[in-house]
Design a protein around this ligand. Structure first.
Ligand code: GLY
Ligand code: MN
Ligand code: MN
Length: 446
C-alpha cells in the first residue's frame, strides 16, 4: 500500500475563526447552527470543477474539505462540533491530504470532531432539546438529505411527547449580518484582494494593444492574481472588447481586441476567500476617441459623485437612485433617450442602457451576503460595510435608435468602497480611471 506524502497547513490563523465562532454563538441565543460544506461538482466524466468551500463554512472554520459539517451549540458541551472525512491513505494518494477528525480538532480548534459517517447518529444526540436550528437548505442536496434524516430521527426520539420537527431558520440570512460588518480580520484579506486585483488591472492595461485576444488579456490578469498570492478569481473573468462590453456578464473572452475599440475588464482576485471586484474600460490602442472620451467621462463623473456621497447613515437605495437619475441625464445629453426626464424614468426607458443596480455588498462572495432591507425598510449604511459602486452605460451595436457614433460602446467603472467612520475609503483607487492617467500609463508601454 502506498504511503500518502501529502501534508497541508491551514492557510490562516485558527484563532481568527475561533473569534468569529464566538461572536456568532453569542448571537444564536437558544438556537443551534449547522453549516454544511459546499458540494463537489463533476465537470466531465471523473474530472471535478476546482473545489471551493462554502463561504459560511470557511468563515467559521477555515476548513476547506468537502463532505463536512460544523455544528455550533452555544453554552453546551461540546460547544463546537465538526464532522469530517476520515483519513484514507489510498484516497489521499490520489486526491490529496485530509485532516481527519483528530487533525481537524487540533488544527481548527474544534471541541469535538467525528467521522462524517457518524453525522446522523451524533447530530440526533447533540440536537436533543433544541427548538430552533439555523441551517441553509437547498445549497447541498446530499447534506439536506442527511439533515432530514436527523430531523426525523429527532422527532422519533421525542416519542409521544407531542413535539413536532425542529424549526429550521435560514443560516445564510443570519450569518450574512455578521459577514456584512467587516472587522480587521476580514479587512486584512479584503484589502489584499483589492490590491491584487488592482495590480492585475494595471498589468492588463499595460499589455493591451490592437491584435491581442481577450483571452491573452485574461491570461495577464490571471498571472498577476496568482503571482501576487491570490488563490483563485472571485468570479469568471469578463474581458469584453468593443460591442461585447454591452453584455453585462460577457464570459466568452475569445475575440480579438481591435484598434479603435474600447475594452471592458471586470475581474477580481480572491484572497483567503475575500474577493475584489474591479471594472475598468479603456481604449485598446491607448487613446480615447473624442466620442469615447465624452461617454466615458460622463460615466466617470457620476461614479465619483456617488462615491463622494458615501458615509455612515445614508441608504444604499439612495446611491442607486442617484445613479439612475444622473445616468438618465447623461442619456438625454447623448440623445440616447428623448423627452422629459420624469417621463423617461417613469416608463423605465433608461433601463435599456443601464439595466443593473449601482452596486452590491462585497466580501467573501462577490455579491456578498447581508440584507439590503430590514423588514421592508432600507437599512442605514454603517462603518465597516463594503460595497461596489459601478455605474455603466451599454449601447448595443444593433441599436438603430441610438446615434450611430455611440453604437457598440459599453462602459462600466467599478470600485470597491469601504465605509469608514467619517466617509469612505476606495480600496481599488490604485487602478487609473481618469482619461489622462489611463492614456499616460498605456503610452508608457508602447
Ligand atoms: N463582477 C460582477 C459584478 O460586478 O457584479
Ligand atoms: Mn460588482
Ligand atoms: Mn464587477
Amino acid at each position: 500500500m502506498a504511503i500518502s506524502k501529502a501534508t497541508r497547513k491551514s492557510t490562516e490563523n485558527a484563532e481568527i475563526f475561533k473569534r468569529r465562532r464566538q461572536k456568532v454563538m453569542a448571537g444564536l441565543k437558544e438556537a443551534a447552527l449547522l453549516v454544511a460544506a459546499h458540494p463537489e461538482h463533476v465537470r466531465n466524466d471523473d474530472v471535478h470543477y476546482p473545489y471551493r468551500q462554502d463561504s459560511n463554512m470557511y468563515y467559521l472554520t477555515g476548513f476547506e474539505e468537502p463532505e463536512s459539517f460544523l455544528l455550533l451549540r452555544p453554552g453546551k458541551t461540546p460547544e463546537t462540533v465538526m464532522f469530517v472525512r476520515q483519513k484514507n491513505v489510498e484516497r489521499e494518494t490520489w486526491d490529496g491530504f485530509r485532516f481527519g477528525p483528530e487533525g481537524t480538532k487540533k488544527e481548527f480548534l474544534i471541541d469535538e470532531v467525528y467521522p462524517i459517517e457518524q453525522f446522523e447518529a451524533k447530530a440526533v444526540e447533540l440536537l436533543k432539546g433544541y427548538e430552533d436550528l439555523y441551517y441553509r437548505l437547498y445549497k447541498n442536496p446530499e447534506a439536506d438529505h442527511r439533515v432530514q434524516t436527523v430531523l426525523l430521527n429527532l422527532k422519533r426520539a421525542h416519542g409521544r411527547s407531542g413535539y413536532g420537527l425542529l424549526t429550521i431558520k435560514d443560516a445564510d440570512t443570519f450569518l450574512g449580518e455578521f459577514r456584512l460588518r467587516k472587522n480587521e480580520d476580514d479587512l486584512r484579506n479584503q484589502r489584499m484582494a483589492c490590491e491584487i486585483s488592482a495590480k492585475a488591472h494595471i498589468e492588463a492595461m499595460k499589455f493591451t494593444r490592437p491584435g491581442v485576444t481577450e483571452r491573452q488579456v485574461q491570461a495577464v490578469l490571471s498571472h498577476a492574481f496568482y503571482a501576487n498570492g491570490s488563490g483563485r478569481e472571485g468570479y469568471n473573468f469578463i474581458v469584453a472588447s468593443g460591442n461585447n462590453a454591452t453584455t453585462l456578464h460577457y464570459n466568452f473572452n475569445d475575440q480579438v481586441c481591435e484598434n479603435g475599440e474600447l475594452l471592458l475588464i471586470d475581474a477580481g482576485a480572491e484572497m483567503n476567500f475575500y474577493s475584489g471586484d474591479i471594472t475598468r474600460t479603456f481604449p485598446v490602442n491607448g487613446r480615447f476617441t473624442p466620442i469615447q472620451k465624452k461617454v466615458y467621462e460622463g460615466v466617470l463623473k457620476i461614479q465619483k459623485e456617488i462615491i463622494d456621497y458615501i458615509k455612515p447613515g445614508i441608504y444604499f437605495k439612495d446611491l442607486h437612485a442617484m445613479g439612475e437619475s444622473r445616468l438618465t441625464d447623461l442619456m438625454i445629453e447623448l440623445s440616447l433617450v428623448r423627452g422629459r426626464k420624469e417621463d423617461i424614468m417613469k416608463a423605465n426607458e433608461h433601463r435599456k442602457y443601464y439595466p443593473h443596480g449601482i452596486g452590491h455588498w462585497l466580501g467573501m462572495d462577490v455579491h456578498d451576503a447581508g440584507l439590503y432591507m430590514i423588514k421592508g425598510e432600507p437599512r442605514p449604511i454603517e462603518a465597516g460595510m463594503m460595497f461596489t459602486i459601478e455605474p455603466g452605460l451599454y449601447i448595443p451595436a444593433n441599436d438603430m435608435t441610438a446615434p450611430e457614433e455611440l453604437r457598440g460602446i459599453g462602459i462600466r467603472i467599478e470600485d470597491n468602497i469601504l465605509v469608514t467612520e467619517r466617509g469612505s475609503e476606495n480600496l481599488t483607487a490604485l487602478v487609473p480611471k481618469e482619461v489622462d492617467e489611463i492614456e499616460k500609463l498605456m503610452a508608457s508601454t508602447r
